[in-house]
Design a protein around this ligand. Structure first.
Ligand code: SAM
Ligand code: SF4
Ligand code: SF4
Length: 386
């Protein structure tokens, strides 16, 4: 029995809670707006970023996300008819764009497992913001199918990708994905994405203390000067199955200190409001940012809550709208879309839901006892997407 097994509590429950009923009261456009005139939630946050999960399946079993013990051959994944179709996703995306969303991230599960994903990207690429701008369309992937798909994704209208990569050492990588997948194939995928012009490429590395912190410096050295932005993510208490413990979180401040000990860094300004990563640039001999050497990011979801400007909503694979990564329930938009709802009804429902939003889980976590984490009913990340 491993150390992980001894302290893991495996709850016997369906990790897809029943949806909340969508409020139906009419939307009054002047009820709650930000200073720039965008629809605001109860904390004054606009809705700018929509993450759409296109599948709840994955070919990896990262133990911090889809541990094998739970996501085994008997796990009940969604049926095909439960998934939103590409037309339904595009229709929902259009509604969100009308409310101010400018960025769409496709995620999952592993989004590249969804058949004909390029067709969805083509449909989304045709959408325009109210001021006529194309959307910023991106995708988060484990990179396993990227070598094969990078060019067709680019041709369909995808602009950039984020690839998850938790280390360069093959043994560490194989054990973290828990399906013995070789790191070389993901590195080939990243090269294919670069060759296809899917940029700027970002790499996400989840740092789990005791598992892959020895990979931090090799990863920093490898991507320095490559034009690729490497981002270190604190291991989070998402979902109810990964047995999260605070002592396995390596605070971003430590990651920055470790890198600085070998590669000097200077802090950079955030690139935009709602930016989740704190940016650090590699410094030159004068202590100035050396742009050719590039930058890294740290995402401190556990040690430094950034709920204050959280402008993200998540649409699950089966059309439930989640207002927070740590939410226990989502709003059932699929039943509206498969009912008689007009686009105006959908728009009104989304406005009503967003304007009632008050979520700030990470801020609340800061005042919880160290090892507590979120309540166990929270939804899985592979279901709503990261
Ligand atoms: N399968 C794709 C991938 O891995 O890139 C997309 C979905 S995955 C849920 C999205 C992101 O969530 C990945 O970068 C992954 O590393 C991150 N993630 C999953 N579980 C996490 C956890 N417990 N803490 C921090 N990040 C996590
Ligand atoms: Fe799959 Fe991504 Fe979760 Fe890993 S993090 S199990 S690749 S969905
Ligand atoms: Fe946003 Fe919820 Fe994360 Fe806070 S905890 S930043 S509200 S997703």
């Amino acid at each position: 029995m491993t150390e992980r097994d001894t302290h893991r509590v495996i709850p016997l429950m369906d990790h897809r809670p029943r949806g909340l009923v969508v409020p139906t009261a009419a939307f009054h456009p002047d009820t709650r707006l930000t200073a720039s005139g965008l629809m605001a939630d109860t904390r004054g946050r606009a809705l700018r970023d929509l993450r759409i999960s296109v599948t709840d399946r994955c070919n990896f079993r990262c133990n911090y996300c889809m541990p094998k013990e739970i996501f085994d051959k008997d796990y009940a994944y969604l049926k095909h008819t439960d998934l939103l179709t590409f037309e339904e996703i595009t229709r929902m995306a259009r509604v969100f764009v009308a409310h101010g969303v400018e960025k769409i991230r496709l995620t999952g599960g592993e989004p590249l497992l969804r058949k004909n994903l390029e067709q969805l990207i083509e449909q989304l690429a045709e959408l325009r913001t109210p001021t006529g701008k194309p959307l910023d369309i991106t995708l988060t992937t484990n990179g396993s199918l990227l070598a094969r798909k990078a060019q067709s994704l680019k041709d369909a209208g995808l602009q950039r990708v984020t690839v998850s990569l938790d280390g360069l050492d093959d043994a560490v990588f194989r054990s973290m994905n828990d399906v013995d997948f070789p790191v070389a194939d993901v590195l080939d995928g990243i090269e294919a994405a670069r060759a296809a012009g899917l940029g700027p490429i970002k790499i996400n590395m989840v740092v789990k203390r005791g598992t892959n912190e020895q990979e931090i410096l090799p990863m920093a050295r490898h991507f320095k000067g490559s034009g690729i932005v490497l981002r270190f993510i604190e291991y989070m208490d998402v979902g109810a199955t990964n047995g999260w413990r605070m002592n396995e979180v390596m605070p971003s401040a430590e990651v920055v200190q470790l890198i600085k000990s070998e590669l000097p860094l200077v802090q950079l300004e955030p690139s935009n409001l709602g930016e989740t990563a704190e940016r650090w640039g590699y410094a030159d001999a004068l202590g100035q940012h050396d742009k050719a050497a590039g930058e890294i990011g740290v995402i401190s979801s556990v040690t430094q809550a950034f709920c204050g400007d959280c402008n993200r909503a998540r649409l699950s694979t089966e059309g439930q709208l989640y207002l927070c990564l740590f939410a226990e329930k989502g709003y059932d938009l699929r039943s509206l879309i498969r009912g008689q709802a007009s686009d105006a009804d959908l728009q009104s429902a989304v406005a009503h839901i967003w304007q009632g939003r008050s979520d700030n889980y990470s801020e609340q976590r800061s005042s919880m006892p160290a090892d507590q984490g979120a309540p166990v009913k929270r939804v899985e990340m592979s279901y709503i997407g990261g």
